[in-house]
Design a protein around this ligand. Structure first.
Ligand code: GMT
Length: 386
């Protein structure tokens, strides 16, 4: 490749899959020789604190002058984006999650040097939830239409964006990815014995415990499965629905079979413990956690919501059922957990699919191609090593 690009990245630094994807993408781009400038209100948690070549961090400081009832974060962000763009002569701003980042990038573009381009990546609830809000809808449509390129993490999200916002402009599909150097089946025989006897299976759910995740369905599925297959349920993460779920588990008398690990950093290590992941979400534009599980050889049993069917191939890398059909999900889980040959076949299919379809090199290359396109540069992007 020729000389690298100068790319500003804005995302939510401390929560959610969109922040994870944006940060991991920034790290990959830096490794590929680009100068990456994170413009966020905190250091993205996946960035770590040690020095990394080609990565820069610019903190957005919010003015909280006493006349403000609400400190104007959005304005401070737009202003910082423009400052960094001018000072560093950025080629482009790549913003993750439309609200407010795409709007701020539009404003920054008006203030910055004339060649600055904006790429917006839609992640899910910025469309499926926020674009349903009449007070935000027109602004989100405006920011999308004003971006130089727009990407979305699944075909389903592209469809929904078009339908909800009546948008006709092209939207590129860029699936999420996992770093194969981090997400692979880890040896966890020792750790496993902390949670289950050797003859027991482990089902796992990882989320932010918000209502869209339907965590209560996880308990219903597990309640049925453990009647037929000796098993344990491990929860990772925390969030607003946690007390409700804990209460349900107590009422159903399942507390001896369920473990709560809270938030965990070493997700690859933890997921490797599982025999299957449960993801019965109401909405899920992609479902990054199912990809992380897949890359560790763990099939997902979940709902057909949003982009999940684009990620999990029903019958090959997991099983899917309509949203809320916990009985069907439980039947699939029993099938998977009680048939070692099926489990092994699915495990191999998971590893193959994660490595070849959602490979970090492949997706980083897709983004690079979009960057060069909006910049009007013809650059040969090296073939991916997947
Ligand atoms: O709204 C959320 O659930 C958070 C959001 C985020 O910022 O992580 O998640 C969305 O983006 C992820 C990364 O692209 C996707 O894997 C999630 O499926 C998506 N969440 C929803 O669509 C509910």
């Amino acid at each position: 490749m020729n000389e690298g690009l100068k790319i500003g990245i804005t995302c939510y630094p401390s929560l959610g899959g969109s922040g994870v994807v944006a940060t991991e993408l920034g790290k990959l781009l830096a490794e590929r020789g680009h100068q990456v400038h994170f413009i966020t209100h905190n250091i993205p948690f996946r960035l770590g604190s040690s020095f990394q070549k080609n990565i820069h961090y610019h903190e957005v400081e919010v003015n909280d002058y006493y006349v403000f009832r609400y400190p104007p974060y959005d304005l401070s962000l737009a202003s910082k984006m423009a400052q960094v763009a001018n000072l560093q002569q950025l080629d482009l701003l790549h913003v993750h999650y439309a609200v407010p980042h795409a709007v701020c990038a539009y404003l920054a573009k008006q203030m910055a040097h004339p060649d600055l381009k904006v790429v917006t990546t839609l992640h899910g609830t910025d469309i499926t939830v926020l674009a349903q809000d009449e007070s935000l809808k027109d602004m989100i449509r405006f920011a999308i239409n004003k971006s130089d390129a727009v990407t979305a993490v699944s075909k389903d999200l592209i469809r929904e964006t078009r339908e909800l916002l009546d948008i006709e402009r092209p939207i590129d599909l860029t699936y999420n990815f996992v770093d194969k150097r981090v997400y692979y089946p880890r040896d966890c025989s020792q750790l496993r014995s902390e949670f289950a006897y050797p003859f027991e299976k482990i089902m796992m759910h990882i989320s932010n415990f918000r209502p869209v995740k339907r965590v209560s369905d996880v308990v219903d599925v597990f309640a049925r499965v453990q009647e037929k297959v000796a098993s344990r349920l491990v929860f990772v993460g925390e969030g607003p629905d946690m007390p409700k779920v804990q209460c349900k588990i107590r009422e159903m008398g399942l507390e001896d079979r369920v473990h709560f690990l809270g938030k965990q950093d070493e997700i690859a290590q933890v997921i490797s413990l599982a025999d299957c992941l449960l993801l019965p979400s109401e909405k899920e534009s992609f479902g990054l956690v199912a990809l992380e599980a897949m890359a560790c050889g763990v099939p997902t049993i979940g709902s057909e919501a949003g982009g999940i069917p684009e990620l999990v191939t029903h019958g090959e890398t997991g099983f899917l059922a309509p949203i809320g059909e916990t009985e069907t999900m439980a039947e699939y889980a029993i099938q998977l957990l009680s048939q070692p040959m099926l489990a092994q076949k699915m495990r191999e299919a998971c590893l193959h699919r994660a490595r070849h379809v959602f490979c970090n090199d492949l997706i980083a290359r897709e983004y690079e191609k979009i960057y060069y396109r909006v910049l009007g540069k013809e650059v040969e992007v090296p073939k991916p090593v997947c």
